[in-house]
Design a binder for this molecule. Structure first.
Ligand SMILES: Nc1ncnc2c1ncn2[C@@H]1O[C@H](COP(=O)(O)OP(=O)(O)OP(=O)(O)O)[C@@H](O)[C@H]1O
Ligand SMILES: [Mg+2]
Length: 268
């Protein structure tokens, strides 16, 4: 369980908070999507939920971030890193810069957790196989395409076997096939009891994997509920979020006076 309770956050050196009174609860095994316009505060929610803010980047936190019953501010950074991991939109910020091959890069996470070598190797192979990037194992991690780099970064997070995971636009550089592989891997991870928070502009992807979706606008959560209800909310466009294609299709049918999808017996 990962919880933000009445969270307010101000970046170091800035007078105004970016997040205001944010309440967000991610139960074990739950995938929660976070949507909103550019600059709404989504990445900042990720930084706070993972404990990076304020522990690593400073700033002023109000309210509480609670992971499995403990406040993040009372956990040492190494302990925090074992409970929640964060993935960034740009994989190059995630890359260690010390690994000579993709295999080593993915193995660094579990190795740093102090796991036995055999376990580290097994997890690394499994993560590469899950995302179908075994063929990249011997490549230089600094010389990959954007999409390959993103899959490698996510493999590195999966290999750590995180208790909870926070992902900021994990599929931004991925084609549909890569996005589907990541979606399937996240569903598997949730089945292990992890709580997942995913910032994503692709509403269709969220529609397929999230239990709940929350909308952030100007640093506040303005809507939080079951995926179908939130992604079908009429106000979504006003918050800078495009509804999934399922919703757009239903609306254009209705606008033409045609029967709704449900009436046609199609509920996907
Ligand atoms: N390191 C920082 N220092 C100061 N202000 C920041 C910092 N990072 C972000 N901000 C500000 O915080 C606000 C929220 O930004 P944030 O990056 O959380 O938005 P976002 O919803 O992730 O946007 P996007 O969709 O563009 O990624 C913005 O006004 C932004 O300018
Ligand atoms: Mg962002």
């Amino acid at each position: 369980m990962l919880e933000l309770r009445g969270v307010t956050y101000r970046y170091a050196g800035y007078a105004r908070p970016v997040l205001h009174d944010v309440d967000l609860a991610l139960r074990d095994g739950e995938i929660v999507g976070l949507v909103g316009a550019n600059e709404a505060g989504k990445s900042t929610v990720c930084l706070v939920a993972s404990g990076l803010a304020p522990a690593s980047i400073g700033g002023q936190l109000g309210g509480d971030v609670v992971i499995d019953g403990e406040r993040t501010t009372s956990l040492p950074v190494h302990e925090l890193a074992q409970r929640v991991v964060i993935g960034f939109q740009n994989p190059s910020t995630q890359r260690s810069g010390v690994a000579a091959t993709v295999f080593e890069e993915v193995a660094l996470g579990p190795m740093n957790l102090g796991l036995p070598v055999a376990e580290t190797l097994a997890r690394t192979r499994r993560a590469l196989a899950t995302l179908r990037i075994e063929d990249l194992a011997d490549r230089d991690p600094a010389r990959l395409s954007g999409g390959q780099g993103q899959l490698v970064a996510i493999a590195g997070l999966l290999a750590m076997g995180p208790r909870h995971i926070v992902l900021d636009e994990p599929t931004a550089q991925l084609d549909p096939e890569g996005s589907n592989l990541v979606a399937a891997a996240l569903r598997d991870l949730a089945r292990t009891g992890a709580a997942l928070l995913i910032v994503e502009h692709k509403a269709d992807l969220l529609d397929g994997i999230c239990d709940r979706v929350a909308v952030v606008d100007a640093g506040r959560i303005v809507l939080d509920g079951p995926t179908t209800a939130v992604l079908g909310d009429e106000r979504l466009a006003g918050w800078g979020v495009e509804p999934p294609s399922r919703v757009r299709l239903a609306r254009s049918l209705a606008a033409r006076g045609l029967p709704g999808l449900a009436e046609l017996g199609w509920t996907a």
